[in-house]
Write a protein that binds this ligand. Structure first.
Ligand code: G3I
Length: 483
């Protein structure tokens, strides 16, 4: 099936916006192309594809998109047949590399099968000629993902109107609000991951608090315990979330079969085997749902930027290189990160940057840097911004793209000041949005004030999150959501 026409809201067949749209479709996994020519006429045009047969419980539509030049776009999920169209839609930015977008289809409309998915590249932001590429239109139910062809463009649009599609805007959730910026992530542990049924729709990324760590999976050499991680990930993937893998090699809690090894070659072998097997397991079990790994966590100490001795004392920086290379061998597509805290501290950050420079120089496969983001109401947002800029500069200087993830955001707020928390979250997210070209994911290290590692350090409840103990939105939520 191919695109044979184009759709223009002014009702003419002559569509200056979509120039001869050609959707070369598209069996499973193949690519469809829609070419466009931007002009100055005021009408809206879109490409659409039929999707039918979704059932209750099919919650997400997923599609891979890229374009010849980055453009904002609106993606609508339209329910029912013509005339009874109810829709949800998301604002996204289509980048120049393929990215999978997941669109929540909206519980209020369950029972109605989805009729169409429409893509409206933002007319106002386009110039000249370009192509949007589409592939892998799928829907996700609780147990499996079904593949659909991206099919056709229709010519029966009756919306009318000016530059915008004539459908109601409905953005309820954080990740929808941030769709054009970065993923929004939550973290939870085995004891609480099922507790956020009312809040989890805000997030499209999930991190296991401890269950993918070396001390859980790899307590005994050669015997991998994936049980908890697999359960948690299955649950979250079924709810449309992608997974941040955290973390492969971390000195904290590392079992003695690794920490007691004093022979460099043996240690590197052990690290290689562990990283390869673990990354492979999650790739084989969950496909692309585990989208990144913190391959090495906290290699740099707080004292003057020295390397922590564990592993480094035996193998030097080679232990880090070995871990990244093994992870890449196991999965050519998963994004590989170095993750650390206090990146707003200049001395520590510079040590991390030196390390990254060495990895990049040596051709080690590294895709990004995780800034943990354990902050307090005292944190200076401009220091955080300086850290982000420093990593952006490194990427530019080395000509090596680096994504930035904010991986473990929380804000110590033991005095429980709603207004201070609101201020700092507002400032931080303003910074994050300003750097959305490099920041691709922001995760809070918990969800609601009822559970945080900070609450366990003997100082009482740190009140660090956007939701209080009863899952109510705090003013800080509004500071993040309203912009
Ligand atoms: O599950 C056991 C339980 O059986 C036992 O009775 C209890 C008694 O100590 O311990 C429980 O395990 C604890 C585990 O959390 C689950 O609650 C560990 O002792 C405790 O050390 C562990 O703490 C975690 C910590 O990392 C160390 O792994 C925190 O939950 C987790 O929030 C924290 O997360 C780290 C990131 O991974 C890396 N960056 C810093 C961040 C905060 O420390």
């Amino acid at each position: 099936v191919s695109f044979t026409g184009c759709v223009a809201d002014n009702g003419t067949a002559d569509c200056g916006f979509w120039l001869s749209p050609t959707l070369k479709t598209s069996s499973d996994g193949e690519e469809a192309q829609i070419s466009y020519l931007a002009n100055t006429d005021g009408f809206t045009a879109y490409a659409e594809s039929d999707v039918s047969g979704m059932k209750d419980g099919d919650v997400y539509l997923n599609v891979d998109l890229k374009a010849t030049a980055e453009i904002p776009a609106r993606v609508e999920i339209v329910y029912g047949q013509s005339g009874e169209s109810a829709a949800v839609f998301s604002e996204i930015r289509i980048g120049t590399e393929y990215e999978r977008y997941s669109f929540r289809t909206g519980n209020s409309l369950s029972g109605k099968s989805v009729s169409k998915v429409r893509i409206y590249p933002s007319y106002n932001a386009l110039s000249g000629y370009g192509i949007v590429f589409v592939k892998n239109l799928t829907y996700t139910d609780y147990y499996e993902t079904k593949f659909y062809d991206v099919k056709s463009v229709s010519d029966d649009d009756q919306n009318g109107g000016e530059n915008e599609p004539n459908v109601p805007v409905q953005v309820d959730y954080l990740h929808e609000k941030y769709a054009g910026y970065f993923k929004m992530g939550m973290c939870a542990g085995y004891n609480d991951y099922g507790n956020y049924g009312d809040l989890e729709a805000h997030y499209n990324s999930f991190t296991c608090e401890n269950e993918m760590k070396l001390y859980v999976i790899g307590q005994t050499e050669g015997r991998y315990d994936y049980d908890k991680a697999d359960r948690m990930i299955r649950y979250m993937v079924d709810r449309g979330k992608q997974i941040r893998g955290h973390t492969l090699i971390w000195y904290n809690g590392a079992p003695s079969w690794l920490t007691d090894c004093r022979d460099k070659t043996q240690l590197l072998n052990k690290i290689d085997t562990y990283c390869y097997n673990v990354v492979k397991h999650f790739k084989d079990t969950f496909g692309g749902s585990v989208y990144c790994w913190d391959v090495v966590n906290e290699a740099i100490s707080d004292s003057g930027g020295a390397y922590r001795d564990t592993f480094y004392g035996v193998a030097g920086i080679d232990y880090i290189k070995t871990a990244f290379r093994a992870a890449r061998r196991a999965d050519p597509n998963v994004k590989l990160f170095y993750n650390d805290y206090n990146m707003d501290d200049r001395v520590k950050r510079n040590a991390v940057i030196e390390m990254l420079r060495e990895l990049i120089r040596d051709g080690v496969p590294i895709d990004g840097v995780g800034m943990q983001g354990h902050y307090g109401t005292y944190t200076q947002a401009n220091n955080v911004e300086m850290a982000i800029a420093a990593f952006e500069n490194l990427a530019e200087e080395t000509n090596h793209p680096l994504e930035i993830h904010i991986t473990e955001l929380d804000v110590k707020n033991y005095e429980n000041s709603d207004s201070e928390l609101e201020r700092i979250y507002g400032e931080l997210f303003e910074v994050f949005r300003r750097h959305a070209d490099s920041i691709t994911s922001v995760t809070t290290w918990g969800v609601s004030d009822e559970h945080s590692w900070l609450n366990e350090v003997g100082k009482g409840n740190a009140h660090p999150f956007l939701f209080d103990e009863n899952h109510n939105k705090k003013p800080a939520f509004q500071a993040v959501f309203d912009f």
